[in-house]
Design a protein around this ligand. Structure first.
Ligand code: NAD
Length: 289
């Protein structure tokens, strides 16, 4: 084994048997869309494991609630509210986090929503905004990290990207031609980052969630519609979406919780997965196996 390999193995295999590989002490993590749902659960969970969390979301008040929750247990977090769809926002977010903490170890591209229509009613604007939020934004966030992560001085620093896909992307989904296309794109994006940036010691993985109980899978509530790029985006899956809500389709017989979803992110962010890159883990309770 050459000297470089020996160093790497030593780095990932501490001789101290009580070192907990689920700890990510002092690592700086950016989570987009972290004011609620899966992103919020990941923010709290990763902060409890020692990370410093940059909480991004459109919803400034809810983002600040998450910061307060984390600070209550002496965790470290800061709100960086704003719309990731604005083209200038991703580099600004990366720059602000670097100014605050001096480094970035993990990026979780989680912000997202659906904007459903049957194929014949799907217009270009609805298609575009879904491609932007699920493909352009993770791409821009990743590109914004290039200078920091490709710097040889940061060669041995832990670096990992977690992108959020969906069973819609892996298997298709009625009424979601935009979302299914974009979530399939997430997998190609992730594998390309893993291929190109392995040499910088950076990992990239995706998680394809099935039915996780959050705002976007509960029945629609008009008060929660979002106005983005001149479009009103109505969140939620109708109560009568029988095929989708059929739990007999799910071997575990229930939807997953946001914390169960977030635990996969912790696994991918931590040394538990230090030799895993370029994968897409399905977190679905067994649906579509
Ligand atoms: N819930 C599920 O069953 C499920 C399944 C598969 C994939 N996903 C994906 O998981 C991710 C998280 O979704 P969730 O279920 O937690 O939904 P959620 O609605 O609870 O949370 C999404 C968060 O993203 C934020 N957000 C949306 N657009 C944003 C923007 N332009 N800029 C900044 N923040 C923005 C929202 O304000 C919200 O707080 C999404 O990418 C979603 O597509 C969810």
């Amino acid at each position: 084994m050459n000297e470089r390999l020996r160093q790497i193995h030593h780095h990932f295999e501490p001789t101290d048997p009580i070192t907990d590989p689920s700890r990510i002490d002092d690592q700086v993590v950016i989570i987009t869309g972290a004011a609620q749902g899966i992103g919020r659960a990941a923010a709290v969970l990763l902060a409890r494991k020692g990370a410093k969390i940059a909480i991004n979301d459109l919803d400034k008040d809810k983002a600040e609630d998450v910061v307060r929750e984390i600070r209550q247990f002496q965790g470290e977090a800061e709100s960086f509210a704003g719309n990731v769809l604005d083209e200038e926002f991703p580099p600004r977010l990366v720059e602000s986090v670097l100014q605050k903490w001096g480094k970035i170890n993990c990026l979780i591209n989680n912000a997202g929503f659906c904007h459903d229509s049957a194929i014949h009613k799907m217009d270009e604007d609805k298609f575009d905004i879904i491609m932007k939020i699920h493909n352009y934004v993770p791409f821009r966030m990743t590109r914004a990290l290039s200078t920091h992560w490709m710097d040889l001085a940061h060669r041995d620093m832990p670096k990992t990207i977690i992108n959020v896909s969906s069973t819609s992307g892996l298997h298709g989904s009625m009424g979601q031609i935009n979302y299914a296309t974009a979530k399939a794109g997430v997998v190609g994006l992730t594998k390309t980052i893993a291929s190109e940036w392995g040499r910088y010691n950076a990992r990239a993985n995706a998680v394809a969630y099935g039915w996780i109980d959050t705002r976007i899978t509960r029945p629609p509530n008009d008060s929660e519609a979002m106005m983005l790029e001149g479009q009103s985006i109505r969140l939620g899956i109708p109560e009568n979406a029988k095929k989708w809500r059929n739990i007999s389709d799910i071997p575990l017989g229930r939807p997953g919780s946001a914390y169960e979803a977030a635990r996969v992110m912790l696994f991918l962010a931590s040394p538990l997965s230090s030799y895993i890159t370029g994968t897409c883990i399905e977190c679905t309770g067994g649906r579509f196996m």
